[in-house]
Design a protein around this ligand. Structure first.
Ligand code: PMP
Length: 523
């Protein structure tokens, strides 16, 4: 039989200890819609309202009946789930539907690649961006190699080089090269170019960013406690301050690579400088979820779009948390009219019954050979792809986009009201649709215990323990901003459930106003 002590002993000793201290060490044995059930210590069933929502993966609720029926039918119907090296029709259907959506909203053709988790979608995007950048650099370099080959031939037929250009050439290659015949100098210039073009790529991301925890994705995740232990493993990322476009321009300028070609013009050979930006991708979450639910400024995102266009790198929009309709449109970027070159989906794409993620690639950044290089045993499986198609159906049939938008507006209004009543307790309410963050703050004068809890990054977990045990409400803080409570309920959350949340949060605010640490941790 399954037991919680096995989990603590064989899987997660440290986490189990933390869950125990915070009163969060429950085993949920049943889920339905926005409700979960666990057994209390005395064996009685406890029902809780789930505002944590699987960290964003249960937008359609737990065990959505239509999805369960579909999953059961697939399992009982003998569907082939592992039909690798075959034509994956369900993957194709999901690809077509997502690509059609992107075509309709951006006017541009897209391709869709699938993976198994959010972090793996980030890996796919990282690799594809680098593959595409590399292909562009290779094309430029090949052209220049050809130019230099022609220039060497022309020089051996007697063409000479402009004196001013010769000086630049010798500055590049060193004075010793000046005694060599021009054709040999051009061979050295080819080598110079190859070396310059092999510079490590520059990856750009933002402070507060979270993109997952695989080795590659982790490099883009700003939280240093997650990243630093593994820092030596991956490609370095420049973390920029959100909102500061000047800083973006500066890195782009400093990451320029110069190659040199020689062309024939009016009977002589002239040196020409060609440059490319060595930025291979810029990753952004339009709302920084795990960083504390911080929406990015639209003007800033427009600026990033312009930079990506001007400097030929893909803007990767990570919608793993914001996507699938949670903010009121299938992708949040649609509301902002910001176009990504590569957009990432995960979490609720599998309807909480399958582990699936996908990247939506503007054809301009798609490389046909890439799919052959990146594959996985589990990706594109029929079960997950077909479930994801059903998820798209449910979103449409149940009008989930509108529900997320309107319920989100209502909940935001209520939370803002609470913030105004307790301005010394709640710093800010942020987010869009049903991705909301409520940031608590410490009080200057007050309980030292509560201040210590805040300083240790435990306040959100203590609040979560209190809300769960005392009020039957399940929440969690964001991963990198532990005093921000994230609210990511299912789209079917009711007014009544939201009112229960508000009543419980009012108790939290009262306790924090009174700075009663005892009441917060004894339930
Ligand atoms: N990107 C974003 C924006 C996320 O919020 C997350 C998960 N919180 C991930 C990537 C990683 O997804 P996963 O946990 O499925 O690997």
């Amino acid at each position: 039989t399954a037991s919680s002590s096995d989990y603590a002993q064989y899987c997660q000793p440290r986490l189990s200890e933390m869950l125990n201290i915070a009163g969060l060490d429950k085993h949920y044995f049943k889920g339905e819609g926005s409700r979960l059930w666990y057994h209390d210590d005395d064996g009685s069933e406890k029902e809780v309202i789930d505002f944590l929502g699987g960290y964003g993966s249960t937008l359609l609720g737990h065990n959505h009946p239509q999805l369960v029926t579909h999953a059961v039918a697939m399992l009982q119907g003998g569907m082939v789930h592992h039909g690798q090296l075959g034509m994956r029709r369900h993957a194709g259907e999901l690809g077509r539907r997502l690509a059609e959506h992107m075509q309709a909203t951006t006017g541009r053709p897209h391709m869709v690649l699938q993976a198994n988790s959010g972090a793996e979608a980030v890996e796919l995007a990282l690799k594809l961006a680098e593959f595409g950048k590399r292909a562009r650099i290779d094309r430029l370099q090949k052209r220049i190699d050809g130019d230099l080959y022609e220039a060497a031939r022309a020089s051996s037929e007697g063409l000479s080089m402009r004196a001013a250009d010769l000086n630049i050439l010798h500055d590049l290659l060193g004075e010793a090269a000046s005694t060599l015949p021009l054709s040999e100098q051009f061979a050295l210039l080819t080598e110079f170019n190859h070396k310059a073009a092999s510079a490590r790529p520059v990856l750009l991301g933002l402070e507060r960013a979270f993109h997952g925890k695989t080795t590659g994705a982790l490099q883009l995740t700003n939280n240093s406690s997650y990243r630093q232990p593994f820092e030596r493993l991956g490609a370095p990322v420049h973390f920029l301050e959100p909102g500061k476009l000047d800083a973006v321009q500066d890195v782009i300028v400093s990451s320029r690579v110069h190659l040199y070609t020689v062309l024939e013009s009016d009977g002589e050979l002239v040196l020409q400088r060609q440059e490319f930006s060595n930025v291979s991708a810029f990753f952004v979450e339009p709302i920084q979820g795990e960083g504390g639910v911080h929406p990015l400024d639209i003007g800033y995102l427009q600026g990033l779009r312009a930079c990506a266009d001007a400097h030929d790198f893909p803007l990767v929009i990570d919608e793993i948390q914001t996507g699938m309709g949670r903010t009121g449109s299938l992708l949040y970027a649609e509301q902002l009219s910001i176009r990504g070159d590569i957009c990432l989906l995960g979490k609720s794409l599998g309807g909480a019954l399958a582990k699936i993620s996908a990247i939506l690639v503007d054809e301009e950044w798609y490389e046909p050979e890439f799919g052959l290089l990146h594959s996985s045993t589990f990706a594109e499986d029929d079960y997950s792809s077909s479930l994801a198609c059903q998820v798209l159906d449910v979103i449409e049939q149940e009008g989930l986009l509108e529900q997320c938008a309107s319920k989100g507006r209502k909940l935001t209004e209520a939370l803002n009201g609470l913030q105004q009543t307790y301005p010394e307790v709640i710093r800010e309410v942020r987010g869009a649709g049903l991705l909301l963050g409520l940031e608590f703050m410490p009080r200057e004068q007050g309980s030292t215990t509560l201040r210590d809890i805040f300083m240790e990054g435990r306040l959100g977990y203590v609040i979560a323990g209190y809300l769960l045990n005392k009020h039957g409400i399940r929440v969690a803080p964001t991963l990198s901003s532990p005093a921000t409570i994230r609210l990511e309920p299912a789209a079917l959350i009711t007014d009544e459930e939201c009112q229960k949340l508000m009543a419980a949060l009012t108790h939290v605010c009262e306790i924090l106003r009174r700075q009663n640490a005892y009441e917060m941790s004894n339930y």
